[in-house]
Design a protein. Structure first.
Length: 69
């Protein structure tokens, strides 16, 4: 199960979850209901990019990385 503890696997899972959310909101509320969700998604993307940059600029200490493998 540790092989699935990967940033890319988590990112794909989030992309699938956001896609399902968009489809459901579009189906239930129509195109007008998707607009607030788009703003939320834009804020989420800003945060995700920020954390990705921080993850590469400030990697965790070596002793934390060795426990995950």
């Amino acid at each position: 199960m540790l092989r699935f503890r990967n940033f890319w696997v988590y990112s794909i899972g989030l992309a699938i979850a956001w896609t399902i959310a968009f489809i459901l909101v579009l189906w239930i509320r129509g195109s007008v209901g998707v607009q607030p969700l788009l703003l939320t998604f834009a804020g989420f993307c800003i945060g995700w990019v920020s954390t990705t940059i921080a993850r590469y600029v400030y990697p965790p200490p070596k002793h934390w990385q060795s426990n995950l493998r």
